[in-house]
Design a protein around this ligand. Structure first.
Ligand code: AMP
Ligand code: FE
Ligand code: FE
Ligand code: ZN
Length: 279
């Protein structure tokens, strides 16, 4: 049977709805053999995923998804095979999570100013100890009966340009790439089709990006073909996955439907082997 690798999954440690155990069970059920958990701005779920993965016969590649900004647009950078004990990386991620918390407080304040009585407690109850983000705010709004639907929360209040929108701390993608490479990982541009200007893609490639996430639910067949061509043109690595979060997202169908084959993972490991041997 072909070996399927979904290199873009989230857990409760950021804005996913499932615990590592629940996620791994689901991954097993849909026939995935290799996964990467890339929670936003945290590596806290990886150890648990790795242990459970070993029991289920699923290889877990350590990862992280970092938010950066180019020309007012959000660009996500994935770090694969990062050393999750690297102090510089951990310090940065902790700083970023603190900034996320302050931002969530500002969003709640803006909501209150427009007479939507959401409390920060209700948001934090949903985020637990993980990275707090707008998905937790959207869920809290739904659960408190303050809005009808998860996506409507973004469309009416917390999406870009809406009345309660607040930006995150702005990290430049180049700094994310440097941070990932200094912690021994490989950097990939996440879902470039969603919001990355083409000029930024080439700039990041010149700056040392290792690869591009070619397979993603937001990519049309044309975009997938386009990014495959970019990968070939610049001798980059290729990744892909479902960006599955579970729960209110209604993205269940994505899990098991967006993946790459194990040859992509082998290519990543070869690159790691050669860069680490030459250091
Ligand atoms: P944050 O990192 O807190 O800015 O939250 C970003 C997350 O919110 C991403 O994982 C997106 O998938 C989700 N998101 C952003 N915009 C929307 C939208 N319009 N509808 C649903 N989810 C969204
Ligand atoms: Fe997310
Ligand atoms: Fe993303
Ligand atoms: Zn993601």
């Amino acid at each position: 049977m072909d070996i399927r690798a979904d290199l873009h999954l989230h857990t409760k440690h950021s804005d996913g709805f499932l615990s590592p155990a629940e996620l791994l069970q689901r991954a097993k059920a849909v026939g995935l053999s290799i996964i990467s958990v890339v929670d936003h701005d945290t590596v806290a779920g990886i150890d648990e995923c790795t242990v459970i993965g070993a029991e289920l016969g699923i290889e877990v590649i350590p990862g992280v998804e970092m938010s950066t900004v180019v020309a007012d647009r959000e660009v996500h950078i994935l770090g694969y095979f990062v050393d999750r004990t690297n102090t510089t990386l951990l310090e940065y991620l902790q700083f970023f999570r603190m900034e996320r918390l302050r931002r969530a407080e500002r969003i709640v304040e803006k909501l209150n100013n427009i007479k939507i009585p959401l409390t920060i407690k209700s948001v934090l109850d949903r985020a637990g100890k993980g990275s707090v983000g707008r998905p937790h705010i959207a869920s809290a709004l739904v659960d408190e009966g303050l809005i009808g639907d998860y996506h409507e929360a973004f469309d009416r209040y917390i999406g870009v340009g809406r009345p309660a929108y607040e930006r995150k701390f702005q990290l430049a993608p180049l700094d994310a790439i440097k941070l990932i490479s200094s912690s021994g990982g490989l950097s990939f541009l996440a879902h470039p089709g969603r919001s990355t200007p083409e000029s930024a893609v080439t700039e990041l490639i010149k700056a040392g990006l290792d690869g591009i996430e070619v397979v993603h639910p937001s990519h049309s067949p044309e975009l997938t073909t386009h990014y495959k061509a970019v990968v070939n043109e610049y001798y980059l690595l290729e990744s892909g996955g479902s960006d599955f979060h579970g729960g209110k997202r209604n993205d269940d169908a994505a899990l098991g439907s967006f993946y790459v084959d194990d040859e992509r993972v082998h290519a990543m490991k070869r690159r790691l082997f050669t860069t680490r041997s030459s250091q």
